[in-house]
Design a protein around this ligand. Structure first.
Ligand SMILES: [Zn+2]
Length: 124
């Protein structure tokens, strides 16, 4: 009996609105993993990355190093997820949206400016 074959069956049971092509059983976990991969890439060290319900914001970053991502981000497209993740992680290095902040956003998330209208950030 192959252990690896089980995923397809379980999929129909807990299917959520995760957008086209997304079949993950644990979208929040995947979002967290995505954020951790970005942290490595950006060479920042968040103490905690958590995903929780946020009414007004897509993400936040505390000075203590906790990055929080809105759970409804999992329903957004991956490019937008990256935009929010990179934005919050960069706040671990820059507290404001200065020139370096924006330069790094452009380097890592090309075209990020088109999302600016949609974001919810406490530093804005
Ligand atoms: Zn910000």
């Amino acid at each position: 009996m192959m252990k690896a074959g089980g995923a397809a069956h379980r999929d129909s049971r807990t299917r959520r609105r995760t957008g086209p092509g997304k079949g993950s059983l644990y979208p929040a976990q995947e979002l967290k993993r995505r954020a951790m991969a970005w942290a490595v890439m950006l060479r920042v060290n968040p103490k905690v990355i958590r995903v929780q319900e946020m009414r007004r914001k897509w993400g936040s970053c505390s000075s203590a190093g906790t990055v929080t991502l809105a759970s409804d981000l999992v329903e957004q497209e991956e490019r937008f997820q990256d935009y929010v993740i990179v934005h919050e992680l960069l706040h671990l290095r820059f507290s404001t949206h200065g020139r370096m902040f924006k330069a790094l956003m452009s380097a890592h998330v090309p075209g990020w400016r088109r999302w600016e209208v949609a974001r919810r950030c406490n530093a804005d």
